[in-house]
Design a protein around this ligand. Structure first.
Ligand SMILES: *[C@@H]1O[C@H](CO)[C@@H](O)[C@H](O)[C@H]1NC(C)=O
Ligand SMILES: *[C@@H]1O[C@H](CO)[C@@H](O)[C@H](O)[C@H]1NC(C)=O
Ligand SMILES: *[C@@H]1O[C@H](CO)[C@@H](O)[C@H](O)[C@H]1NC(C)=O
Ligand SMILES: *[C@@H]1O[C@H](CO)[C@@H](O)[C@H](O)[C@H]1NC(C)=O
Ligand SMILES: *[C@@H]1O[C@H](CO)[C@@H](O)[C@H](O)[C@H]1NC(C)=O
Length: 439
């Protein structure tokens, strides 16, 4: 039973990559989870997670250590003072897109909507306009020069992989010798790969991606624990691989989509089980799966948001104690909104133009937690508040223009597209605050 269960789950993930929960799901969490059933069930993902950890992986890249003498980052600034770049609107701009996806081998097929047959192009032509300032256009040559000798690291789920791909494609558009850019292990991009590092050899820098969907450790639960506890998420311990992130110049995190019960529900829908019946069964028999753990104690009744908060706190202490923020600029991206039409995330309609209203998608409890935790940190870190700005972009998802057109996807974004703007914001921030001084 368990193994067929696992298979169906991983099979599902394999096909869809990380199909993701939506903020709507989060918003309706209370009606989704019975209070006595606060269980994070992510068996399939965890199996692959464990396997990935168990197998280990090898990578070599030069240590690009050098001191940065940037200023403490607290706000985005414009010429006269501060400006909240995350408050604004999308304006039509024919200067976009910033690169041609077909010319970028690091853009995975699943996100290349044009290559997958998308015909309308309006979605490519939007610029984000903050209310009180402008985001300077991404200046490829300038950024390439500034990155010389440095290491940019993305950590998180597939949304981080998207932003990683976006940055590489943005930068690659400014490099003539495309062959000088390569993945350090000559690996191909796949949905569950644990590490990818692309080296821009003529500029001596790397842009890396570490897959860590929870940021905290997953492993076997305590001995003598209840049988249904197959594994636990250790909310007070960052994953071991985090030591590889320390020695970087720009460090951009996300987590969130795997903390929703969405995948569980989807799996049950696949098995044609009635959701209420499933919850009822689970309540009475105890669901075999992954539970939360803090220290040595199991937290069988902990809610997903509390667990998320605990994990983000763990991340914050890790940054405070392990990362030299004199050198490393740390970012945490908030929840990336989805635009599903139903709560089971089976239907979605990608629109032609951005929505004029966000219909609640600009809010997420996870984003609120990230903002609160980062605000209280003792070292500088920056929240990339993408939730509300991206919430308008019902036109920018992959939809059926993915590598599996039969399964709509209103979680992931087309590239070129919205993640390019996230990168423009990161680099305008770094440049404006002299966070990436020339060597
Ligand atoms: C490349 O960058 C590293 C790390 O900053 C530095 O130690 C090395 O000297 C650089 N190599 C070249 C050829 O500039
Ligand atoms: C992108 O480049 C390809 C060739 O590499 C070309 O055929 C295509 O028209 C270009 N697309 C756009 C939108 O410029
Ligand atoms: C800079 O931001 C401040 C505060 O948001 C705003 O009042 C001012 O107009 C902005 N200046 C420019 C040049 O955009
Ligand atoms: C960071 O810079 C501050 C001020 O220049 C200094 O006091 C501190 O020791 C530095 N920390 C590290 C880890 O280098
Ligand atoms: C902020 O940090 C302090 C000390 O690290 C801690 O005692 C306090 O509970 C934190 N507050 C919040 C709202 O997280």
């Amino acid at each position: 039973m368990v193994s067929s269960f696992n298979r169906s789950m991983s099979g599902h993930f394999g096909r869809r990559g990380s199909s993701l929960g939506s903020p709507k799901v989060v918003g309706h969490k209370k009606s989704w989870i019975s209070p006595s059933f606060h269980v994070l069930v992510v068996i399939g993902s965890l199996v692959s997670f464990i396997l990935a950890i168990g197998c280990g992986y090898h990578f070599v890249f030069p240590s690009l250590s050098q001191a940065l003498h940037g200023h403490r980052i607290s706000k985005f600034v414009n010429s006269t003072g501060s400006c909240d770049v995350f408050k604004g609107r999308w304006v039509r701009d024919d200067g976009y897109p910033l690169y041609n996806g077909s010319g970028c081998p690091f853009l995975e097929r699943g996100f290349n909507c044009l290559a997958n047959g998308r015909k309308d192009r309006d979605y490519l032509r939007w610029r984000w306009k903050p209310n009180n300032c402008d985001i300077p256009r991404f200046n490829v040559q300038d950024v390439l020069e500034r990155l010389r000798g440095k290491r940019v690291v993305f950590v998180g789920d597939s949304m981080s992989r998207t932003q990683w791909e976006s940055l590489i494609c943005l930068l690659m558009s400014g490099v003539e010798d495309k062959k000088s850019i390569y993945e350090v292990n000559r690996n191909k991009i796949t949905k569950r790969i644990r590490f990818l590092g692309v080296r821009f050899s003529s500029f001596n820098f790397t842009v890396e991606y570490f897959r860590s969907v929870f940021l905290v450790q997953n492993g076997l639960g305590p001995k003598n624990g209840p049988k249904r506890v197959k594994s636990t998420l250790k909310l007070d311990k960052l994953v071991g691989i985090s030591k590889e992130w320390i020695d970087s110049d720009v460090l951009i995190f996300n987590t969130g989509h795997w903390w929703t019960p969405g995948k569980l529900f989807e799996m049950y829908l696949q098995m044609n089980l009635n959701y209420e019946l499933m919850m009822d069964t689970a309540k009475h028999s105890g669901y075999r799966g992954c539970y939360f753990q803090v220290g040595r104690s199991l937290k069988l009744g902990m809610s997903t948001t509390t667990a998320f908060r605990t994990a983000v706190d763990t991340w914050a202490s890790w940054v405070e104690t392990m990362v030299n923020t004199n050198r490393t600029r740390v970012f945490f991206r908030t929840f990336e909104p989805s635009h599903w039409s139903d709560r089971n995330r089976r239907f979605c309609k990608v629109t032609r133009n951005p929505m004029s209203v966000t219909r609640g998608r600009d809010q997420s409890p996870f984003s609120d937690i990230i903002s609160k935790v980062v605000k209280n940190m003792t070292v500088p870190a920056t929240v990339l508040h993408v939730t509300s700005m991206s919430a308008f972009r019902s036109d920018a998802h992959v939809g059926t223009w993915s590598d599996t057109p039969s399964v709509p996807d209103c979680s992931h974004w087309c590239l070129p597209g919205v993640p390019d703007v996230w990168n423009e914001i990161v680099f305008s921030h770094l440049l404006a605050n002299n966070g990436l001084p020339l060597q």
